[in-house]
Design a protein around this ligand. Structure first.
Ligand SMILES: *[C@@H]1O[C@H](CO)[C@@H](O)[C@H](O)[C@H]1NC(C)=O
Ligand SMILES: *[C@@H]1O[C@H](CO)[C@@H](O)[C@H](O)[C@H]1NC(C)=O
Ligand SMILES: *[C@@H]1O[C@H](CO)[C@@H](O)[C@H](O)[C@H]1NC(C)=O
Ligand SMILES: *[C@@H]1O[C@H](CO)[C@@H](O)[C@H](O)[C@H]1NC(C)=O
Ligand SMILES: *[C@@H]1O[C@H](CO)[C@@H](O)[C@H](O)[C@H]1NC(C)=O
Ligand SMILES: *[C@@H]1O[C@H](CO)[C@@H](O)[C@H](O)[C@H]1NC(C)=O
Ligand SMILES: *[C@@H]1O[C@H](CO)[C@@H](O)[C@H](O)[C@H]1NC(C)=O
Ligand SMILES: *[C@@H]1O[C@H](CO)[C@@H](O)[C@H](O)[C@H]1NC(C)=O
Ligand SMILES: *[C@@H]1O[C@H](CO)[C@@H](O)[C@H](O)[C@H]1NC(C)=O
Ligand SMILES: *[C@@H]1O[C@H](CO)[C@@H](O)[C@H](O)[C@H]1NC(C)=O
Ligand SMILES: *[C@@H]1O[C@H](CO)[C@@H](O)[C@H](O)[C@H]1NC(C)=O
Ligand SMILES: *[C@@H]1O[C@H](CO)[C@@H](O)[C@H](O)[C@H]1NC(C)=O
Length: 780
């Protein structure tokens, strides 16, 4: 049926395109009859473009303007306004479905072409055509992110006029798969006018021994981008450094496994040097760094430069007029104290020293960095207090000091922090309360203070954090109630993590107003009351669309901010949809509305006092991967609908009052660990050893009777299992209690707990229980 519809659709599309083509032919004919010959376009070139268009797949009709006589007016085509020759074809894909197909040799008729851009399209692995090397006047060639494959043709070396060559690999979606390769780079020497060269994610492993030799033949080169090229050699000896105009070098994501060569420090024009994750080792060569006084960005993140690397910082700090704006040295096993010399980089905006082994306090010199916008020294061992002067850094936008050994209180007077949008002080030893300036003087989006020793209540000053997207106060010693205004005043809140505190009171209903909330972690507190009925109103848990702040989320998980207990272990956070209310004193029933949270991934309500049944419609929660309802007083059967949640891979229903057969279909056939069902009143069937008693269902029953029957089923299991518990319990426990102290203790803990459970169960179900017993008595 569906395929017939598609055939029909294709037929219609084909007819439409035929009609369209005819229309074009007609227009052309009319044009020539009119004698209205194009003023702007040369016929041979127009034909060449049409043929080029013909070879292309253009799913979204981007080139539909390529009709009519004046090709100079077509999308992406530019002509020399004196001669009418086509000089520019710019089909960089900005908004359309990517172009694909073939690149017709007819293009060669565009003899005056100086500019060709086919970037961000999807040519599905076809090789770059050799004939592109024949455009004698070409000055700009951009085939980046267009999914070309095969070898780069050495013919491109004939483009002696070329200024810009961008062949960055990958495709429209920027997947950096190195599809394009080269044999060698000797052909580069022909590009004697080249200023810009990007062969990022082109596999240059075959050219690894002489890439620098090839580059050194390009005296005018100002930008060199060879990132992700599988280069494994960084030549240390270059007889004469020709490339004296280089402004930008990007050799990130290669496998050099070597130290930095001395000649690199001689390129005095250099402004940006990127060597991220390039397996650079220390030590830094003993050369003067004076030549690098023009550096604006230095990014050596995630290499293995080691403790001596800090000499690089000292060496660069001697420049009298320091131009450095971005210094990125994260992940390099630097050790020792943060150098005082950092204070010399007066123009510094970003300082990233995260993931090193720095110890000791902050040097006071850093307070002279008055242009600093972003400071990240997370994951070191920096100790001492957070300096009060950090608040005098006027332009500060993000401050990340997470995972250090800092103690003392968060400074109370920060002064003028209007631009501050991210504070991450998590995983330190900070004490005291949340200072009142936090939201009155800044417009915070991320406030991450988890894993400290902070105390006090959630201060009203946070009320002013109306732009907050993430609030993490988890694992501190905060007390008091969860304020209602979190729901009222923080409409953009996406992540709320208050777990591991001493919060009391109810879960406020106002939290249901947070339509973007997709992480609600209130576990391990002293919360009481029932789960708000309106939980089903949390729309982010029922929608599949990603929220607007998706880039923030990427950033968030990348910078390893927030950790949550997911699937039984602390793990880093991808985009997660989670509700964790475990280990509180929450009572009442699980609200039916919870089954509206169709895309919720993790639901943990364990270790509370929940009663009633698991909602019948729980099967609707098709995003559920982890469901933990253990250690409650839930009763009744496991709803059969639960077996339709095929995504479910972690389930725990132990320690409840559940009864009846365990479903056996779908996902349930994979849950063969009996401990996830243990300590219930009357669950039966595999993987438990308790067999299910098959009821005699000869008679047809209507719904009402079936319900009653189910309850009867519960009851009979209640009594049978009571008997079993006592019998087995007596022999197992009493037989071994003399043997081992720890077992004995465990046993009495178990007995105590069971008594407590039975008490609550009885209290809650007393009326029903009595009726049932009466009935059984009568029937029996
Ligand atoms: C031709 O184009 C150039 C730049 O592309 C422009 O400056 C010039 O004014 C144009 N001449 C005419 C006659 O349109
Ligand atoms: C080539 O195209 C890509 C993607 O459109 C763009 O990001 C890049 O800046 C272009 N390269 C040059 C040298 O203009
Ligand atoms: C261009 O380069 C290729 C290979 O490097 C060569 O065979 C060819 O003769 C050159 N000339 C033209 C016009 O393509
Ligand atoms: C690059 O090509 C070589 C073979 O020429 C291959 O061994 C290597 O795995 C490729 N590198 C990458 C990153 O694909
Ligand atoms: C420097 O460049 C010139 C051409 O511009 C070339 O002839 C010479 O061999 C190059 N020197 C080195 C050492 O590569
Ligand atoms: C890196 O270089 C060292 C010697 O300097 C060598 O022992 C090691 O095997 C190299 N590692 C790789 C991955 O090539
Ligand atoms: C750096 O340049 C100086 C002269 O400008 C030269 O004497 C020295 O050998 C060069 N160093 C390297 C490593 O190329
Ligand atoms: C300092 O560097 C800046 C650019 O970084 C430049 O504009 C300024 O002229 C330099 N000043 C001196 C005294 O060299
Ligand atoms: C911070 O820790 C240091 C030891 O590392 C200790 O001497 C100091 O008293 C602590 N300060 C506070 C405020 O706890
Ligand atoms: C947290 O602070 C309390 C005092 O307020 C102190 O007794 C306790 O040791 C601190 N805990 C940690 C882990 O620093
Ligand atoms: C919120 O900010 C306003 C203006 O900055 C300030 O007057 C008010 O006191 C703040 N409220 C709280 C609770 O801090
Ligand atoms: C939840 O949504 C329903 C209907 O959409 C609305 O009537 C109700 O007031 C909401 N509850 C809360 C607490 O926002």
């Amino acid at each position: 049926m569906a395929s017939r519809k598609i055939t029909l659709l294709l037929l219609i599309l084909f007819l439409l395109s035929l009609f369209f083509e005819l229309h074009v032919v007609e227009a052309t004919v009319i044009n020539s009859i009119d004698g209205g010959l194009n003023e702007g376009c040369i016929e041979v070139e127009r034909k060449a473009l049409l043929e080029f268009k013909h070879g292309l797949n253009d799913p979204s009709g981007w080139l539909s303007s390529w009709v009519g006589a004046d090709c100079c007016k077509w999308t992406g085509v530019d002509c020399n306004n004196r001669t009418g020759n086509v000089v520019k074809v710019d089909l960089r894909n900005r908004d359309f479905s990517p172009l694909g197909g073939e690149i017709s040799g007819s293009l060669l008729d565009l003899k005056h072409l100086t500019y060709l851009d086919l970037s961000l399209n999807d040519f599905q692995g076809i090789p770059i055509p050799n004939f592109l090397g024949s455009f004698e006047r070409l000055r700009y060639l951009n085939l980046s992110y267009a999914a070309f494959g095969g070898m780069i043709p050495p013919h491109l070396g004939n483009l002696s006029q070329l200024r810009y060559l961008d062949l960055h690999g990958g495709d429209y979606y920027n997947f950096p798969a190195p599809l394009v390769r080269v044999h060698n780079l000797n052909w580069l020497s022909g590009l004697s006018s080249l200023k810009y060269l990007d062969l990022g994610y082109v596999n240059l492993s075959k050219a690894t021994t002489n890439w620098m030799q090839a580059v050194n033949m390009l005296p005018f080169l100002s930008e060199l981008h060879f990132s992700g090229c599988d280069l494994s050699e960084f030549p240390h000896f270059v007889p004469f450094v020709n490339v004296t105009s280089l402004l930008v070098i990007d050799l990130s994501f290669n496998n050099f496994n070597t130290t930095l060569p001395g000649w690199l420090f001689n390129i005095s024009t250099l402004m940006d040097l990127y060597l991220i994750e390039a397996r650079i080792k220390g030590p830094i060569p003993h050369v003067s760094l004076r030549s690098l006084c023009n550096l604006v960005t230095l990014d050596l993140s995630y290499n293995n430069i080691g403790s001596e690397g800090i000499e690089l910082v000292n060496g660069l700090s001697i420049c009298s007029n320091n131009s450095l704006e971005g210094l990125y040295l994260g992940g390099n096993q630097f050790s020792g104290q943060l150098p005082d010399s950092l204070g010399h980089f007066k123009n510094l905006r970003s300082l990233y020293l995260r993931d090193n082994n720095f110890v000791g306090p902050f040097p006071n010199s850093i307070q002279h960095l008055t242009n600093l916008e972003s400071l990240d020294v997370s994951r070191n061992s920096i100790s001492g207090p957070i300096p009060t002067w950090i608040g005098n850094l006027l332009r500060m936008r993000q401050l990340k000091l997470s995972s250090n050994q800092m103690n003392g209180t968060i400074p109370m007077n920060w002064n003028d922090l209007q631009s501050l949008h991210t504070i991450d002080l998590s995983k330190n030893k900070l004490s005291g309360g949340i200072p009142s300036w936090m939201c009155s003087k800044s417009s915070l989006i991320w406030l991450i203070l988890g894993e400290n020793n902070l105390t006090g209540e959630l201060t009203p000053s946070l009320k002013n954090c109306t732009r907050l997207s993430s609030l993490d106060l988890g694992n501190n010693r905060f007390s008091g109630e969860i304020p209602k205004w979190i729901g009222e005043r923080m409409p953009s809140l996406e992540q709320l993590r208050l777990r591991g505190n001493m919060l009391t009171g109810d879960i406020p209903e106002q939290l249901c107003w947070l339509s973007d909330l997709h992480i609600l972690d209130l576990a391990v507190n002293n919360l009481s009351g029932s789960i708000p009925q309106c939980l089903g109103n949390l729309t982010a848990f029922s929608s599949v669309t990603l929220s607007d702040s998706w880039p923030y989320n990427i950033h968030y998980s990348h910078s390893k901010h927030m950790e949550l207990v997911v699937k039984g272990q602390e793990m880093e956070l991808p985009i997660v949809k989670l509700i964790d209310l475990s280990s509180n004193n929450i009572w009442g029933e699980i609200p039916i509305g919870i089954t509206d949270l169709l895309t919720l991934g993790t639901l943990n309500l364990s270790r509370n006092q929940l009663t009633g049944k698991i909602p019948q419609k729980i099967g609707a929660m098709q995003g559920l991967e982890t469901l933990d309802l253990s250690c409650n007083y839930l009763s009744g059967p496991i709803p059969p609908s639960m077996s339709s949640i095929t995504s479910l891979n972690h389930l725990n229903l132990s320690d409840n009052l559940l009864s009846g057969p365990i479903p056996i279909t779908n996902q349930f056939s994979t849950f063969n660990d009996p401990s996830i069902y243990e300590a219930n009143l009357g669950l039966c069937g595999l993987p438990l050893s308790t067999k299910c008693f098959t009821p005699n269902d000869d008679d047809h029953k209507d719904g009402q009777e079936e319900e009653e029957d189910e309850n009867e089923w519960d009851m009979s299991w209640f009594f049978i299992s009571m008997g079993l518990v006592f019998l087995v319990g007596f022999w197992v426990a009493c037989g071994s209690l003399g043997l081992k102290k720890s077992w004995r203790q465990a046993y009495f803990r178990f007995i105590n707990k069971t008594r407590e459970r039975l008490y609550v169960f009885t209290a809650v179900n007393l009326a029903r229980l009595e009726r049932r017993i009466e009935r059984i008595g009568v029937n029996g």
